[in-house]
Design a protein around this ligand. Structure first.
Ligand SMILES: Nc1ncnc2c1ncn2[C@@H]1O[C@H](COP(=O)(O)OP(=O)(O)O)[C@@H](O)[C@H]1O
Ligand SMILES: [Mg+2]
Length: 605
């Protein structure tokens, strides 16, 4: 995400593309902009009339006419400004909303590996901070810059028209005033960037502590965290102090230079008025235009930094919008459907995660799951069991070999086509913010209440859901009902059941469930596995015994396959795992005699 660091205003060009979607409003805003600029410029002329004819002419009628003229111009400026402000702010909000949507729409399509390489916090800040920055820039700074360039060039022309001699004096004087302002301005800008970054780091520091508040408090690290946080805050303050000192100096210098310049101009111009070479109104108008030029330059120099920052933000956002997924989706391919009970095969697969390209997670890996059968994967932690799932779901492409679904390479299938067949129940079930109903129906939005309840019953979840304060409407997620591990798992199972997948990928939770919910989960699993092609990462003997076949994985390879009894006899690693790892408590209750080679008690207690 840090590839391109070009920071020219050219990076704003893609934003222009988004603006052009709203041509009519853009046109309206431009008209309002031109109109108010012209009206503002005519104020100087009005001032000249007011002074020369209103005050100088002596009659009350002249004064009234001049004042009426001024009021009309003021009203025109007010209305024009209303239109301009409304349309320009609207465009800013609209475009940043569009960009936000485009970024998110691309993000959710990206392959999971992308989010391992890029920190999610950084991506989130792109989505919020960068788009907000763009919004304020388009909605205010950009239009300020446009308006100032218009009025400044207009005022410059009017200055020269009003009085050539004074204009030439100014033309020499202005650069002298601008030089120090530009120097200070640049310093302020770098400091304000640094200041913003340090504020962001204060925020993420606090965020982390709050997220892990239990660990922080259990180790009684509060005083330490407070100290570290204070250090971060003080650092941010120190940078801010340097920034405001520079800024105060900048303002001070600007005011001094401006008034020295103005005094010089008034001295020259005043002498001309006294000697009658110039009218008072002319001088008034001239001072007005000169001030407009001065203010215009000041505004432009101030928002220039904003524009550069916006260009940076636009750069990063466009990068996010254009990042392609590393997993190519060929789209819908023929034949569209797979068999009712697909067969899965992994053939000579070698795969290393992008984050660790040197170390293969799977090596020359072969696996076959016949149609409608179930296979249990067992092995030590880190053996590569979960990686098998990642590849079956085509979250990654293997470096070598193939993953086949009914004999077809899954790379040649549309992602949707593949994944519509599969339901994954992960080790840590994911619950989304929303009610129970929403969470169960996550994979099938149009499910009826009856279907949802049936799925919940099949997952042995209906009873505990009904006992929740609001039943199926109970809120889950961040500020919602807290569910136990076993309950979460059964919600995830209900989600899978509702989806009625042809292929089931189950990653059994290792954390100890209480005997009761373990039994419930076990029953639900058996029902779910009926007649589906199932791969299950198993940690419990009861689950293993229910699988048609068992594959033992070690260091990214299948080292043995067979039934429980065969493996106990032939595979040393399996025998050891069985002795040490597979939980036994529920076997007596669950190891049904229907499993032919289930020994009454596999492991001496
Ligand atoms: N996203 C990842 N990036 C890099 N390495 C990974 C990633 N996920 C797993 N690994 C590594 O791949 C190997 C296999 O992991 P995994 O399939 O999760 O093991 P298991 O599920 O059998 O415990 C391990 O060495 C693990 O450290
Ligand atoms: Mg795992």
């Amino acid at each position: 995400m840090s590839s391109s660091r070009k920071r020219g205003l050219g990076s704003l060009r893609p934003v222009l593309g988004y603006l052009l979607d709203y041509k009519l409003r853009l046109f309206g805003a431009s008209c309002a902009l031109l109109f108010t600029a012209a009206a503002t410029l005519s104020v100087g002329r009005g001032l000249q009339v007011l002074i020369d004819q209103g005050f100088g002419g002596g009659t009350t009628a002249d004064l009234r006419a001049a004042i009426e003229f001024m009021i009309i111009i003021a009203a025109a400026i007010a209305v024009g400004t209303f239109v301009r402000f409304y349309l320009v702010s609207w465009l800013g909000e609209r475009v940043s909303a569009d960009i936000r949507k485009a970024v998110f729409a691309n993000l959710v399509r990206l392959n999971p590996g992308y989010f391992e390489i890029n920190r999610s916090g950084e991506i989130m800040s792109r989505l919020t901070a960068d788009t907000t920055l763009l919004q304020t820039i388009i909605g205010s700074s950009f239009s300020m810059a446009l308006r100032s360039s218009l009025t400044t060039s207009g005022a410059l022309v009017m200055m020269f028209i009003t009085n050539l001699k004074l204009s030439l004096i100014i033309a020499v004087g202005v650069p002298l005033i601008l030089l120090p302002i530009l120097v200070f301005g640049r310093r302020v800008r770098t400091l304000s960037n640094a200041s913003q970054e340090s504020i962001a780091s204060v925020g993420s520091y606090a965020g982390e502590v709050i997220q892990h508040i239990r660990v922080v408090q259990s180790y009684t690290r509060e005083p330490f965290e407070v100290q570290s946080f204070n250090r971060e805050v003080e650092q941010a303050f120190a940078i801010a102090r340097r920034r405001i000192r520079q800024r105060s100096l900048l303002i001070c210098a600007a005011i001094l230079l401006l008034f020295v310049g103005m005094s010089g101009m008034l001295w020259e111009g005043g002498q001309d008025v006294i000697s009658g070479r110039m009218s008072g109104g002319e001088l008034g108008a001239f001072v007005f235009y000169a001030m407009m030029v001065g203010m215009g330059f000041a505004t432009i120099s101030e928002v220039w930094g904003d524009l550069l920052r916006a260009a940076g933000a636009a750069d990063r956002l466009v990068e996010l919008i254009n990042t392609p997924s590393a997993i190519a989706d060929p789209g819908e391919q023929r034949p569209a459907s797979t068999g009712a009970r697909p067969e899965l095969r992994m053939q000579q697969v070698t795969f290393a995660y992008p984050a660790r390209p040197q170390q293969a997670a799977l090596r020359d890996f072969n696996l076959h799951i016949p149609a409608g059968r179930s296979l249990a994967l067992v092995g030590r932690s880190g053996a590569g069991k979960s990686t098998v799932f990642e590849l079956l779901l085509h979250f990654y492409d293997p470096q070598q070999g193939q993953v086949l679904l009914d004999g077809r390479d899954i790379r040649a299938m549309g992602l949707r086509q593949l994944r519509d067949n599969i339901a994954l129940v992960p080790q840590q079930p994911a619950l989304f913010t929303g009610d129970v109903r929403y969470n169960i129906a996550y994979g099938k939005l149009d499910a009826s209440d009856a279907e949802i309840e049936a799925a919940a019953r099949a997952a042995h979840a209906h009873d505990f859901i009904s006992a929740l304060p609001q039943g199926y409407q109970s809120h889950l997620g961040d500020q919602g009902v807290r569910l136990s591990g076993g309950q979460r798992q059964r919600i995830a199972l209900a989600r899978a059941i509702l989806n009625d997948p042809k292929i089931l990928l189950l990653d059994e939770a290792t954390s100890a469930l209480d005997t009761e919910s373990e039994h419930q989960v076990q029953l639900a699993l058996q029902e779910l596995m009926q007649g589906r092609t199932t791969v299950i990462i198993a940690h419990r003997l009861s689950t293993i015994l229910h699988a048609d076949n068992i594959a033992v994985l070690d260091q990214g390879r299948v080292i043995a396959t067979g039934t429980h009894r065969e493996l106990l006899r032939d595979c040393e690693l399996y025998a050891r795992l069985a002795r040490l790892q597979f939980r036994e408590e529920d076997v007596s209750a669950d190891a049904s005699p229907a499993v032919p080679d289930a020994p009454g008690r596999a492991v001496p207690g």
